[in-house]
Ligand binder design. Structure first.
Ligand SMILES: *Cc1c(COP(=O)(O)O)cnc(C)c1O
Length: 413
């Protein structure tokens, strides 16, 4: 367990962290303007701010936005994202793990930080010291945390049909008993909708049942004389497809980053979102390949006609799915589409630039984003690799630089 080492020391530490963050932001901005950089994610803080405001307008009165910033803010860089969100008044965050929460606190993030995932009682000291709010995954978990001897803030997670975490909604007495545990302060109660992204008859009925189950539990608790703490049940699709649900918080992740999980399917309430992330890399070499020659590992791709191939300095080691190999993926160079040829490697890949004149070493390659009049969306890349944007973005690796546009928004907390 970690202990305090004096508030003066902590103050100085925070100041140094803030100053170095400022320097780094400035340095990376310079780098973005220059022509260096192997592979990087450009993060538009103005777009993040736009999405925050658009989503807030979509919430009913009295419902606050809880920004879900787990998995390094879906690959966007959690500390900078939280600092920017704090500046526009967001005061509630959700992470998946204690370590993510501790990291944010050490970077000076204030407000409520809810740990959504299971935390063993052995880490209760950190929950308390860093003032993190823990999701209680069932009544037994609550009793274990209470037994730690630490005073903890918790939100009770309720299972209404997803069957992942949460005490079953029908166990009213069990849930009520959590409120009487001496050292736990129950500040919230929540559930998670599992098919709110789809609007078919079956899915809508299931979601309505989940909502009804949650309400019935709250009624049960009221009957026991328990004052109801903060309630929340919507994530991004919950907000878009079930707007107007009366609750205190909405846990929004993917929509905050300006994309939906897939581009398929309609949503009931359309919110004008702007993608926050662009993914870029560089051409490091251009070569001619003769017919009959292969490109890349396994020689699974053979050139039929003379081809100009550009080697790009990004690979699956950066989080780019290897399943985009062999023509499944494409990228933009000089405003034109270039398909992937051969197998994507750990650190590099090759694209066909035969039809694009004048491609040279150092040219910028856009994997997600716009170049000239063309655009490749995160939804397109996710679909081409057989997944959803949530996975694609959250797997973008630590090796990628994060370049924050409008870094002035990150410099002050
Ligand atoms: C990840 C997560 C969210 C955010 O989901 P999005 O679909 O990205 O908005 C909300 N609630 C819980 C419990 C989660 O695990």
């Amino acid at each position: 367990m970690r202990e305090a080492s004096g508030s003066a020391f902590e103050g100085i530490f925070r100041l140094i962290t803030a100053l170095s963050g400022w320097w780094l932001a400035l340095a990376s901005r310079r780098q973005a303007c220059g022509r260096r950089g192997r592979a990087w994610a450009e993060i538009s803080l103005p777009n993040l701010r736009h999405n925050t405001e658009a989503l807030r307008r979509a919430l009913p009165g009295g419902c606050r936005l809880m920004a879900v910033v787990k998995a390094n803010a879906y690959g966007h860089g959690d500390v900078a994202i939280c600092r920017c969100l704090s500046r526009v008044g967001v005061d509630a965050f959700a992470v998946a793990t204690v370590d993510e929460g501790v990291r944010l606190r050490k970077s000076g993030v204030r407000g409520e930080i809810l740990v959504l995932g299971y935390t063993p009682v052995s880490r209760a000291g950190e929950l308390s010291w860093y003032r993190l709010t823990q999701a209680v995954v069932d009544a037994e978990h609550a009793r274990e945390l209470d037994g730690s001897g630490k005073r903890l803030r918790v939100h009770i997670k309720v299972n209404t049909g997803m069957n992942r975490l949460g005490e079953d909604w029908g166990h009213v007495a069990e849930i009520a008993s959590v409120f009487s545990l001496r050292r736990l302060r129950v500040t919230g109660i929540f559930t998670h909708l599992c098919v709110s992204d789809r609007l078919g008859g079956v899915e809508t009925a299931l979601t309505e049942r989940q909502i009804g189950a949650f309400r019935s539990l709250l009624d049960g608790l009221r009957k026991e004389g328990i004052p109801i703490p903060l309630t929340h049940l919507q994530s991004s699709y919950g907000v878009l497809n079930y707007p107007g649900l009366p609750c205190d918080l909405a846990r929004v992740g993917i929509a905050l980053y300006g994309v939906l999980s897939t581009s398929e399917g309609a949503v009931r309430q359309s919110v004008a979102l702007r993608p926050v992330l662009e993914l870029k890399s560089r051409v490091v070499l251009v070569r001619s390949v003769r017919p009959g020659e292969g490109v890349g590992y396994g020689r699974e791709f053979t050139v039929r006609e003379d081809m100009r191939v550009a080697v790009v300095s990004i690979g699956y080691g950066d989080g780019l799915p290897r399943s985009l190999s062999l023509g499944k993926g494409r990228m933009l160079i000089r405003g034109r589409f270039a398909p992937v040829v051969g197998r994507i490697c750990m650190d590099q890949l090759a694209v066909d630039v035969t039809g694009i004149s004048d491609v040279r070493r150092g040219d910028m390659v856009t994997l997600i984003g716009t170049d000239g009049g063309e655009r490749i969306s995160a939804e397109e890349v996710a679909a081409a690799s057989g997944t959803i944007t949530n996975e694609l973005l959250s797997r973008l690796g630590g090796r990628l630089e994060r370049v924050f546009l409008d870094s002035s928004l990150t410099t002050r907390l």
